[in-house]
Design a protein around this ligand. Structure first.
Ligand code: ADP
Length: 542
């Protein structure tokens, strides 16, 4: 017997409708590419999204068309997002820091019909324009600009399109499993793979993101998504923000520590989200300027392993909870989040700190399991120390890639993440490494993440990457690539000594190589492939 309750499809347009109706005057602030700050609110975002939906339709764009964006976190980008997905088109956010060949590959693979861009990216577009096959419209996110027209005469301008479009628009209702947006993985190996989210998966993900044991987002918050909208939809925050009606601060292009401290202090940000490298530079800038980040109650850290020292500094020096989470493009990305349970409240501070170092546990909607690396049919015990391949399933986990690609899920319906992890009896998961980053020394695994976390605890180390270098006797041995703090004269021996007592002696790196800079990818993660290519043979050479 079926129940007798209303059925309404879970559509992204419902989120912006809610924000407009119940939180219309709540602030949405946007740092623009020219450095100015625009003050808007949810009602205006909603009205502009409707106008833009009319504008896109008037151009002949239709449901299921892929509409690409190459843009920072700003209000026009947000309005375009709701216009595109809300009217049944698919919003394809592109990571501008991909190689130009990868950019053209994904625009063509997605068969994008229009490209909305911030003026910053005009040179990038000009460089690849001839290889973009299907783009019918280039739409610059701004007012008319003659410099843009001089280079790309066919450009349309977002602000003009808004002015010319009717205000009246009713969001269409359609099947909730309709595709809403498309993100590509950064393709560190092989071509990038497309992940096609549905309205249903995105709405459920947004609800989950707000839950108290995830980010506890509410209408009292001022949210700063530092994570870019082109990195897994800013982890779903623009949707969660509309759902809760919190205030939203869109930080634009400048994501350096100083700019972020100013935004946080000026606009009383209560919660921010980003990758660990962002927080490392933010903490340094806050200390330099004597800011205590007073308004911040919590920060959500994910995308790469967060060094325990960062979590500790946030809590002890800034009275701010650093909540460690794990996820992937294929999981929308929310997979696990580290919030404690009631039973942890009786623990000492240092014990609680230990609990909070892991990547946390799944919220309702996601399940995880570990499978044996040698025997893929065999489930690994959840005892907190046995390692296995991490697999996930749930309402916002991929079922298939966008175009021909390897099968996304196992025969019994789980997505294999490519991460190696442990899970304890309370469900807390600890990422040991990406399978491809693990270092296999004489048949034993060494976690590069663990070696990096220890290195950055050293006061004179700014950034560190541990990689596997080929070794004549052991197969592979760890080598540590280090960027020193400015002005530091720390030497190899001092860093290696720092490992004594922190890991088993056979896990201590064989060598430390000092470099000026470690390249980060578009998502702010260290590009370890390049480091392996460059330094993978250093132990053989010597
Ligand atoms: P990319 O492969 O381009 O980095 P994603 O952004 O989807 O694409 O990254 C997902 C991967 O990032 C995960 O598989 C995992 O290896 C890593 N990751 C994400 N969050 C964490 C975390 N908190 N700790 C360690 N690794 C993480």
């Amino acid at each position: 017997m079926l129940g007798k309750m209303m059925y309404q499809p879970l559509l992204l347009s419902g989120l912006i409708e809610h924000a407009a109706q119940y939180h219309g005057d709540t602030a949405v602030l946007s740092k623009e590419v020219d450095g100015t700050v625009t003050h808007s609110d949810w009602l205006t975002v909603s009205n502009n999204a409707k106008r833009m939906a009319n504008g896109l339709a008037a151009l002949g764009l239709k449901p299921a068309d892929r509409i690409a964006t190459l843009a920072w976190n700003n209000r026009r980008h947000l309005e375009a997002w709701y216009a595109i997905s809300g009217s049944g088109m698919i919003c394809h956010t592109i990571n501008p820091r991909l190689f130009p060949e990868q950019l053209s590959y994904i625009v063509n693979d997605a068969d994008d019909q229009a490209l909305l861009f911030d003026i910053t990216f005009l040179p990038l577009i000009m460089a690849i324009k001839d290889s973009l096959k299907g783009i019918k419209y280039f739409i610059c996110l701004g007012a008319r600009d003659d410099k843009v027209v001089a280079q790309l005469p066919e450009t349309l301008f977002f602000d003009e399109l808004l002015e010319q479009s009717a205000a009246e628009f009713d969001w269409p209702q359609f099947d909730e499993t309709t595709a809403s947006s498309l993100c590509y993985t950064s393709g560190t190996t092989g071509n990038p793979k497309g992940i096609l989210y549905t309205h249903r998966s995105s709405v459920l993900h947004a609800i989950a993101l707000c839950m108290p044991d995830v980010s506890a987002l509410s209408a009292q918050d001022v949210l700063l998504p530092v994570v870019p909208m082109f990195h897994v939809n800013a982890w779903g925050t623009p949707y969660a923000a509309a759902l809760t009606g919190c205030s939203l601060i869109l930080p634009g292009p400048n994501l350096d520590g100083d700019s972020l401290v100013s935004l946080i202090d000026d606009y009383k940000v209560t919660v921010a989200l980003g990758v660990p490298t962002i927080w490392q530079s933010l903490l340094a800038a806050a200390k330099n300027r004597g800011s205590k980040l007073d308004s911040m109650t919590r920060t959500i850290v994910g995308g790469a392993a967060c060094p325990p020292s960062v979590i500790k500094t946030f809590r002890e020096d800034f009275n701010c909870d650093a909540i460690h989470g794990w996820g992937m493009t294929e999981t929308s990305p929310l997979g696990t989040m580290n919030q404690i349970k009631a039973k942890h409240k009786s623990l000492s501070d240092s014990e609680v700190n230990r609990v909070r170092e892991s990547q946390g546990r799944p919220p309702y909607g996601i399940q995880i399991r570990l499978m044996d690396t040698e025997n893929p049919e065999q489930v690994v015990a959840e005892d907190g120390h046995s390692q296995g391949n991490l697999q996930a399933r749930g309402h916002w986990v991929i079922s298939d890639y966008f175009t021909e690609n390897p099968e996304a899920v196992t025969e019994d319906g789980w997505f294999d993440t490519g991460d190696i992890a442990t899970i304890d009896a309370d469900g807390y998961m600890n990422i040991r490494d990406r399978a491809k980053d693990l270092i296999k020394s004489g048949g034993e695994w060494i976690s590069s993440v663990e070696l990096e976390n220890i290195a950055v605890e050293h006061p004179q180390v700014k950034m560190a990457a541990a990689i596997a270098a080929k070794h004549a006797r052991w197969g592979e041995r760890p080598v540590l690539i280090v960027v020193k703090e400015q002005g530091s004269s720390v030497e190899e021996a001092q860093i290696l000594e720092f490992y004594n007592g922190r890991v088993a002696s056979w896990q201590i790196p064989d060598k430390v190589i000092f470099v000026d800079n470690i390249v980060l990818n578009g998502a702010g993660k260290m590009v370890k492939n390049d480091l392996r290519r460059e330094y993978g043979n250093v132990l053989l050479d010597s």
